[in-house]
Design a protein around this ligand. Structure first.
Ligand code: ADP
Ligand code: 5GP
Length: 188
């Protein structure tokens, strides 16, 4: 069986982080790549766990050093996937990236044979807004900014390999597990 680069995308608050945690807990042949970001940590976030929190200056230096497989700018901050970690891990395991659609499409372009693009969609926009505000991590302005980006993210779904609706968490998790199993069995 081959190892794959599983890209999980979808609007903020749709449940990507929750799903990825559940996937990792049940599969020791799956690892998550921790991205670098220049945004400030939210309450409870730990450096090296959710993200590596670095300065804009360091981020620019690392772009120049070709240290990122892909990177993008969101809400005035940079986010990027460390190249060496992904390339090293793929020799042993499948790797999951929780990144936005632009990053996902770039990852597919750079690693077309390994990348499997999965879009997580909300059951409805009302439910998405409820989850996002329920998480309590953004203020009103940030919340509105993120909701404006939702339509854009969901409109890219046809470019993705799979769309999984995160209605019931266990069901959505099983659907993603089936996709990963099927993709690992492919010979290409
Ligand atoms: P993302 O990583 O996509 O921004 P999170 O994983 O942080 O989203 O989830 C946002 C909120 O929605 C969290 O409070 C989480 O517990 C909740 N949530 C995630 N999946 C579901 C689900 N299937 N049903 C109800 N609530 C969910
Ligand atoms: P948040 O600030 O809510 O953690 O993330 C904001 C956005 O950045 C989300 O859409 C998330 O998927 C995206 N993101 C996180 N890490 C990366 C990355 O390494 N590369 C890219 N392109 N986007 C990322």
């Amino acid at each position: 069986m081959r190892n794959v680069l599983v890209v999980i995308s979808g609007p903020s608050g749709v449940g990507k982080g929750t799903l990825v945690r559940a996937l990792l807990a049940e599969d020791d042949k799956l690892v998550e790549s921790v991205s670098c970001t220049t945004r400030a940590p939210r309450a409870g976030e730990v450096n090296g766990r959710e993200y590596f929190f670095i300065s804009k200056e360091e981020f620019r230096d690392r772009i120049a050093a070709n240290d990122f497989l892909e990177y993008d700018e969101h809400f005035d901050n940079f986010y990027g996937t460390p190249r060496s970690f992904v390339e090293r891990q793929l020799k042993e395991k499948s790797v999951v990236l929780e990144i936005d659609v632009v990053g996902g499409l770039n990852a597919k372009r750079l690693m077309p044979k390994s990348a499997v693009l999965i879009m997580v969609a909300p059951p409805s926009l009302e439910e998405l807004e409820k989850r996002l505000s329920g998480r309590g991590s953004e203020d009103e302005v940030q919340l509105n900014e993120r909701m404006r980006r939702v339509r854009y993210e969901l409109d890219q779904a046809p470019l993705y390999d799979y769309v999984v609706v995160n209605d019931d968490l266990q069901r959505a998790k099983r659907e993603i597990q089936d996709i990963i199993r099927k993709e690992k069995e492919k010979t290409i």
